[in-house]
Design a protein around this ligand. Structure first.
Ligand SMILES: [Zn+2]
Ligand SMILES: [Zn+2]
Length: 212
């Protein structure tokens, strides 16, 4: 059975998720914004073998613990190639937004791409490219749950005023690739509480901009 654990990390409370198969203990981390120690404690608590750190996008608040996790867990980290420029801005953005001095993240060990299947234990996790918040934003679809990063939040949507952002692309990604899922699917966003596709379809005020 696929299980999900979430911890909000760093000053911007970015959600770091541990997704794992409880039957054989294999898992992945989705986003690692800060507090590597706490993420590792969570992994140890559930006795999970992490096969990789997978990012929803390259913003610093989802990335800053990647170097430490990669080293301590001995696994790779993966991101969509279109966010390479954003990834290279991590030290600059961390300084600008939070006055933090951070090292540049390590080079990605590989790329995720639309339609890619990541095997987690006996389950398939599908990568869905959802550009808009950033050009390389992706969601991860695992069973009846989708990890939406900063593309879709409970009651809100990602900002598109940062470099590479596009409101048009964001709304298009949400309407064609996320809202096409059944209502009962869980939504695990990059910040804030979880939700469901149905609740967002009915209640998210920003989705009224999408016609139909
Ligand atoms: Zn972001
Ligand atoms: Zn964020």
């Amino acid at each position: 059975m696929l299980r999900v654990e979430c911890i909000p990390v760093g000053r911007l409370l970015s959600n770091s998720y541990l997704l794992y198969d409880s039957r054989n203990g294999e898992g992945i981390i989705i986003d690692a914004g800060d507090d590597a120690e706490r993420i590792i404690k969570l992994i140890e608590m559930h006795d999970v073998r992490v096969k990789g750190v997978y990012l929803t996008h390259g913003h610093f608040d989802h990335v800053m613990a990647v170097g430490e996790l990669r080293e301590k867990l001995g696994c790779g980290f993966y991101i969509h190639e279109n966010d390479v420029t954003i990834l290279s801005r991590v030290p600059l953005d961390a300084k600008y937004f939070l006055e933090l001095d951070v090292d540049p993240p390590p080079k990605p060990d590989g790329w995720v791409f639309d339609g890619q299947i990541i095997r987690v234990g006996s389950h398939d996790v599908r990568v869905i490219h959802t550009p808009g918040h950033t050009p390389g934003s992706v969601c991860y679809l695992a069973g009846e749950a989708i990890f939406t990063g900063d593309t879709l939040f409970a009651g809100s949507i990602g900002r598109t005023d940062l470099p590479g952002g596009s409101l048009q692309d964001l709304l298009n990604s949400i309407s064609t690739k996320i809202l096409s899922l059944p209502d009962h699917y869980a939504v695990y966003p990059g910040h804030g509480p979880s939700s469901t596709i149905g609740a967002e379809r009915r209640l998210n005020p920003f989705l009224r901009w999408i016609e139909g």
